[in-house]
Ligand binder design. Structure first.
Ligand SMILES: Cc1ncc(COP(=O)(O)O)c(C=O)c1O
Length: 460
């Protein structure tokens, strides 16, 4: 029997990324408030937010300084925009700060309100730039299977997940996908991780040569794959990929929507993984998710091409009402100040070994195939047979069941495709809370193993 609030929800809301049919029976988990890494449902039950909301609430819940920054800006100037040359102090200051922090030389910052908008902007800017440079045939963008880049028409096309394409008539033209570099799942018998990375780079190069290097404009990748499975890059992968891109003058777009702002223990994931991106998308933790804000870091070469194009056409015809929203920008400025002042990234780096030790230990669990992470993010894969890596029938939803048990234990996680589970807590999680989260996850996996044997589930 659903509560009154839950029943009203079912009759009024479309929930993103939800099985709409079964949801009518289960109803929602209604969260009422949060404090630190904890959130509380309407019954008052506490949960550790093991996914930082959606990989975003880096500073946790109820940060009074962020609330105050928003309040002050709302009292002063709740809205003005950046269209037609208008401007405001918070956007200017934030762009300056982001340029200073960037992992590569950046000329300008373009603001928007989400990761999807940032990646849609990337696609448009790559096309705009190559038109300006007279390279009208160099338009294809290569993304990766299982990459996640958002849900708007172009960004969903970049996303390499079946559910984002099926019956949405996507992907659009000019978007291609290359292999997913998941060593555990796709590495061959006897192949080392380095060899696997070389094979991934060779496949990419073959694809570029098949398409014609003059037709391929850019490659987009998350430093660590998030929604596609919390998958870590294999040894040497990005170095080898980068060498291929350099050979054919193909831009590297780093999608740092999850890895930006300390997730891997460095300001950006590109630093941790020695990636040299040309452009970069950010969102989520730039405001610790207290308000929506995203953006694109634009290199000088692209800016010069945009200037040329604008001289030719006139107006730069792209931008959102909320590009650089002053309240979101003020909250982002305060967030970046707190990151610096409280040494949040360094602290994440300090806590990472404990987090990773607890995560790796789960690889010994009878139903866990892989448990691997980096910084304060990790992914684990549930399997039916550890030695053959055989999976359960996806229809049985074993990872979803495990996430349900974790929720019962007071830990919020997310099940991803292929029975993978992601863990990505707020960066402010304490050592004790890391232990508590993994204790709860361990119990949830035990309950899942029990359920699997009661149900007599075996490899699909
Ligand atoms: C790497 C990455 N890129 C883009 C997006 C899309 O961001 P949004 O949901 O804000 O549109 C996400 C969201 O999870 C993401 O993880």
């Amino acid at each position: 029997m659903l509560s009154n609030l839950a029943a009203r929800d079912v009759e009024t809301l479309i929930h993103p990324y939800t099985q709409l049919a079964s949801f009518r029976e289960t109803g929602p988990l209604v969260i009422e408030r949060g404090e630190g890494v904890w959130v509380y449902d309407t019954e008052g039950k506490p949960y550790i937010e093991g996914l930082a909301g959606l990989w975003c609430t880096a500073l946790g819940y109820s940060n009074r300084e962020l609330v105050e920054a928003a309040r002050e800006q709302m009292m002063t100037l709740p809205f003005t925009h950046l269209f037609t040359g208008r401007s405001h102090d918070p956007a200017i200051e934030l762009a300056e700060k982001l340029k200073e922090m960037a992992p590569m030389p950046v000329s300008k910052i373009f603001f928007c309100s989400s990761g999807s908008e940032a990646n849609d902007t990337q696609v448009k800017l790559v096309w705009y730039m190559n038109n300006a440079l007279g390279r009208r045939g160099k338009k294809k963008i290569i993304a990766r299977l299982r990459g996640y880049h958002g849900v708007t028409v172009a960004s969903a096309s970049l996303t390499g997940l079946p559910a984002n394409h099926a019956d949405f008539d996507l992907p659009i033209a000019h978007i291609l996908h290359t292999s997913c570099p998941h060593f555990y799942r796709f590495g061959r018998d006897g192949e080392t991780e380095e060899e696997f990375s070389s094979r991934m780079a060779a496949e990419l190069e073959d694809q570029i040569l098949r398409e014609g290097p003059d037709t391929v404009a850019a490659f987009i990748a998350e430093p660590v794959m998030g929604a596609g499975g919390a998958i870590m890059p294999p040894e040497g992968y990005f170095e080898k990929i980068q060498a291929v891109l350099d050979r054919y003058d193909i831009l590297f777009i780093a999608d740092e929507v999850i890895t930006g702002f300390g997730r891997l223990g460095t300001a950006f994931g590109c630093e941790k993984l020695a990636i040299r991106p040309d452009t970069l998308s950010f969102a989520k933790a730039v405001t610790s998710a207290y308000l929506p804000l995203g953006g694109v870091m634009i290199p000088e070469r692209m800016y010069q091409a945009m200037l040329d194009e604008s001289r030719k056409i006139g107006t730069f015809g792209h931008g959102f009402t909320y590009s650089g929203h002053p309240v979101a920008a003020a909250v982002a400025l305060k967030t970046l100040e707190i990151y610096r002042r409280d040494r949040i990234f360094e602290d994440a780096e300090r806590k990472a070994p404990r987090f990773q030790r607890r995560l790796s230990a789960l690889a010994d669990h009878p139903i866990v195939g892989e448990a691997r992470g980096l910084g304060l993010i990790g992914g684990l894969e549930i399997v039916a047979n550890k030695s053959s890596k055989a999976q359960f029938d996806p229809k049985k939803g074993v990872a979803a069941k495990a996430v349900g048990f974790a929720q019962a234990e007071g830990l919020i996680l997310r099940a991803l495709m292929d029975d993978r589970i992601a863990i990505c807590p707020p960066l402010v999680i304490t050592d004790e809370e890391i232990d508590e989260a993994f204790d709860r996850l361990g119990r949830a996996l035990d309950r899942t193993a029990e359920w699997v044997s009661q149900e007599g589930l075996a490899a699909a």
